[in-house]
Design a protein around this ligand. Sequence first.
Ligand code: BTN
Length: 308
Amino acid sequence: MKARILDNLTQTSSPISGERLSDALGVSRVAIWKHIRQLQDLGYSIEATAKGYRLLNSPDTPFPWVFGERAAHVHYYPEVASTMDTAMTLARGGCPEFTVVAADRQTKGRGRLQRVWQSAPGGLYFTMVVRPKINLSASPLINLAAAVDLADTVHALYGIPAQLKWPNDLLVQERKLAGILSQMAAEPDRIEFVNVGIGINVHNDTRNVVPPAVSVSEIAGAGVSRARILKSFWERFERRMAAGDLHNVVAQWKQRGLTLGRQVRVQTLTETWEGLAIDLDETGGLVLQFPNGQRKTIVYGDCFHDRV
Ligand code: BTN
């Protein structure tokens, strides 16, 4: 109902009477008034005068109804511990593919290698559940694909030339714009689900974040929208996954990648490796070459370039 009320209000800049809304939507005027009050409480600026209701401003919040036909897939919370945990419960309970858990704040946001992910209001924090029909060994490609699609999203929407640091950080001029963390459940012969968690700095203040970070609004200015970023990423990523389009992803990643050709330090949960990043193998593993010419492929870890 809220989506339908908002739909009506956005179609005109003149006030719409409660009576007209009630006729159009088939509910009582009191019901309309209650929904309007709830929308106001959620941050929608709706003017209510004798002439009717007029929408002045909408908050940039990923409420389910913002996503149209995908609304039923969206679980939005003002605050959660981590969207990864909520998505894990939903995925284990058999939720449909492309279920999204989004939150305004996370009290226990986490990054790769058990790091804390600062999740102040204004950022976009979400986890998307996918159920890909691919071999287990190809599962890292899903994160690379998410990174490529997210970079393409911010470029298409705001002209931001984000580059990728292995395995799937988005950087702009060596400052972190977004990070991706995933969790998977699998049986020996099939993937049950992969939960792709994305944190992107949008309106949040990144000045005191370490390592150096940057936000979409710092680069693109006013008019940036978290909901629009999520919607646009979702369309791209869902299209790719539905088409099973992972065969090009390593090449696409390399086109946007920053890591290859650089001297890097790669940290895994137990070890640290230093060498020249020379390639990505076919499942996205990073191939390092050491000064003695030997090579090693690392499948999971975090990578530090000379300056980041
Ligand atoms: C990283 O760069 O280390 C990955 C960061 C991933 C952060 C996102 S925010 C949404 C989701 N929930 C979490 O707790 N983490 C991921």
